[in-house]
Design a protein around this ligand. Structure first.
Ligand SMILES: Cc1ncc(C[n+]2csc(CCOP(=O)(O)OP(=O)(O)O)c2C)c(N)n1
Length: 327
């Protein structure tokens, strides 16, 4: 098995700051939604990815429009990075007619084919055979587009996961499988559902490389993704990147997560991806305090505007329920 190509990357100061902005925006968006849920204002289940943002930013940064993503329920940030306007995303959470599915769907399942986003599937792991199908299409069409397929460590125990990886391995498909290993599948800790330590190991059984990395280090995620993308675009097939991380909130905002200890949460909070990256940027003089405040103000303004837009947007008309039907 050839080792994963570790492409040397050199990000400009602007690109590093862009990554910082995305980390902050995605965190801010989820935090705001969490508050809005408690205020009873959101018309959807909310599954925040607070604590996991480095995975989304490190994998989506620099993707092409033609590349596809198959996100999870927790990956709202990936939709933003792939080009969904914050106001459309917020409208979606409020089931407004200006949302992605025009208020006719649970917030989490909308895709945007023009932006290369396949809507999240309710059945865990069911997005992975779809990703395999997309990858197969790219291969047949002889493009060098790539699919990023996200899944949780819990989903790696279902049959769809294994079928998709097997198919991708056999056909050397251009797919980057990204495991967001946040240690729990709802209330089930990983040691109660898997007899091995690393989900990454599972890739080897299907004939391709798997690596386990620190999912809270945005640059480590970016570097691993760049290597995997280069392999996939070059016809060398899939890669599995397992990103070790932790979700700070419960499975969804209604879950108080009593199944884990305060100490465990505190330990993972000390590995918060955002301050780690902030320190990196400050130490390299890419960021200073004034610029940081400016970026934070931009994030707040973007979220405020999106929220105001969504709150004031019209509800869908009853007759709209039967428009845009396939047949
Ligand atoms: C096939 C299937 N089994 C069970 C569920 C119920 N369920 C929804 S989310 C979830 C936990 C998911 O854990 P994981 O895949 O690790 O992703 P995470 O939510 O931790 O990001 C479960 C069990 C489901 N949606 N689909």
């Amino acid at each position: 098995m050839p080792p994963i190509k570790r492409t040397k990357f050199k990000l400009s100061a602007e690109q590093l700051l862009e990554m910082f902005y995305w980390l902050k925006l995605i965190r801010g968006f989820d935090e705001r939604l969490s508050i809005l849920v408690k205020q009873g204002k959101v018309r959807s289940g909310v599954y925040t990815g607070i604590g996991q943002e480095a995975i989304i930013v490190g994998t989506c940064f620099g993707l092409r429009k033609e590349d596809w993503i198959c996100p999870l329920h927790r990956d709202l940030g990936s939709l933003l990075m792939k080009g969904v306007e914050p106001r459309a995303m917020m409208s979606q959470m409020f089931a407004k007619s200006t949302g992605l599915s025009k208020g006719r769907d649970s917030a989490l399942h909308s895709g945007v084919s023009e932006l290369g986003i396949f809507g999240n599937t309710s059945m865990l792991g069911a997005n992975l055979p779809i990703a395999a199908g997309l990858g197969f299409t790219f291969k047949m069409e002889k493009t060098d587009n790539v699919v990023i397929a996200y899944f949780g460590e819990g989903a790696s125990n279902v049959g769809d996961f294994h079928e998709a990886l097997n198919f991708a391995g056999v056909h050397q498909l251009p797919i980057v499988f990204v495991c967001e290993n946040n240690q729990y599948a709802y209330s089930v800790p990983i040691e109660k559902s898997m007899a091995i330590d690393d989900v990454a190991e599972r890739a080897h059984g299907y004939g391709f490389d798997g690596v386990a990395i620190n999912g809270n280090d945005v640059l480590a995620v970016y570097q691993a993704t760049q290597g995997a993308l280069a392999r996939a675009r070059g016809g060398d097939g899939p890669t599995l990147i397992e990103c070790k991380t932790y979700r700070w909130h419960g499975h969804s905002e209604h879950d108080k997560a009593f199944y884990r200890s305060d100490e465990e949460l505190a330990m993972w909070k000390s590995r918060d991806p955002i301050p780690t990256f902030t320190t990196y940027l400050l130490a390299r003089h890419v960021l200073d305090d004034a610029h940081q405040k400016e970026l934070e103000a931009k994030v707040t303004k973007t979220i405020d505007e999106a929220l105001e837009y969504a709150m004031n947007a019209p509800d869908p008309a009853p007759e709209a329920a039967v428009t845009d039907l396939y047949a």
